[in-house]
Design a protein around this ligand. Structure first.
Ligand SMILES: NC(=O)c1ccc[n+]([C@@H]2O[C@H](COP(=O)([O-])OP(=O)(O)OC[C@H]3O[C@@H](n4cnc5c(N)ncnc54)[C@H](O)[C@@H]3O)[C@@H](O)[C@H]2O)c1
Length: 298
């Protein structure tokens, strides 16, 4: 069997007939009725809360979890995008609800969790995703700007898990934190964001330990370069956006392309699912080898 070429977005999408590929494991397993059965993440009727779920990576996470049969509550300050997404997914038969909130105000997180629970009655999964690379630099920022950046990118991660903990304990739930490669590579000129995302990676380990007694798993997904509204905004501040993008993409080892939002959301859904039942405290880099492979060779 030929291995898929670089740039693959997944077996199922690539199969010429749109059906299951002749994967050797699938061929040799007995009792499997369908390819879907193998892929079933067992998320049907689970309840999930996704922060920053109206656009970008969060939107993809909402779509994936909803497609897997979960009841999803997305929290976002963008009322219009959030409502449009909920309406679209409800029309498709999914259960998705919106809580409108600005998470920069961490004191709002208690009522966010209460409102989510009013919709779902339980909480099996929490995805901390909302954030922004706000470029509060060492020289360009100030101590107050730095603290504000932590509020935008870190404090609400803690506050949501803190307030959701009783419900997560009841459900033996799972948490996924969306971090960033900036936490481990640096970027320059973005101290607040780097510190926040470093904190996200540290808290992933810390919470994985603290929550062991309740069987609550905590993992992080670490993206590098993903085309989203946020990324487009950052790119537009460059003098030559197209040349800048080309420069970045040429250095992404696998396939010389950006990671898709769906590739991030698939990893998140897997880590939330019982299929990842013995995975906790991990930092999963979904980045085409951007951080760990030797880019001098690509
Ligand atoms: N796009 C990338 O290349 C990339 C790379 C590494 C990490 N990340 C991380 O992924 C996450 C999502 O990024 P994205 O690119 O999808 O961003 P995005 O701006 O495209 O989408 C973020 C969504 O979250 C919402 N949001 C942000 N802050 C909020 C707040 N304080 N309160 C309520 N809603 C809020 C926005 O309204 C928006 O709907 C962020 O944590 C980001 O740091 C992104």
């Amino acid at each position: 069997m030929e291995p898929p070429r670089g740039g693959s977005t997944g077996w199922v999408h690539e199969h010429p007939q749109g059906g299951p590929p002749a994967h050797p494991i699938a061929r040799h397993r007995r009792g499997i009725q369908s390819w879907e059965e193998i892929l079933d993440l067992e998320l049907t009727d689970r309840a999930a809360l996704v922060s920053g779920g109206a656009q970008g990576i969060g939107e993809a996470i909402v779509r994936t979890l909803a497609a897997e049969g979960a009841h999803v509550v997305l929290v976002d300050r963008d009322q219009a995008s959030g409502a449009a997404l909920c309406e679209e997914l409800a029309t498709a038969g999914c259960r998705v609800d919106l809580v409108v909130a600005d998470l920069d105000d961490a004191s709002r997180c208690r009522t966010v969790v209460e409102e989510a629970l009013a919709h779902t009655g339980r909480l099996d999964a929490l995805v901390n995703n909302a954030g922004v690379n706000d470029r509060v630099g060492l020289e360009t920022g100030s101590p107050d700007d730095f603290v504000a950046s932590l509020r935008r990118n870190l404090v609400h991660y803690y506050a949501l898990v803190h307030h959701a903990l009783p419900a997560l304990k009841d459900a033996r739930g799972a948490v996924v934190n969306v971090a960033s490669k900036v936490a481990v590579t640096g970027q320059g000129g973005t101290s607040g964001y780097a510190a926040a995302k470093g904190g996200v990676l540290a808290l992933t380990r810390e919470w994985a330990v603290e929550l062991l007694p309740w069987g609550i798993r905590v993992n992080a997904v670490v993206p590098a370069e993903v085309m989203t509204p946020l990324y487009r905004r950052l790119l537009s501040t460059s003098d030559e956006p197209e040349a800048t993008l080309d420069h970045i993409v040429r250095r992404i080892p696998l396939g010389k392309r950006m990671t898709t939002t769906e590739e991030i959301s698939a990893a998140v859904a897997f880590l939330l699912s019982p299929r990842a039942g013995h995975i906790t405290g991990q930092h999963l880099y979904v980045d085409g080898g951007y951080v760990h492979l030797d880019r001098a060779l690509t």
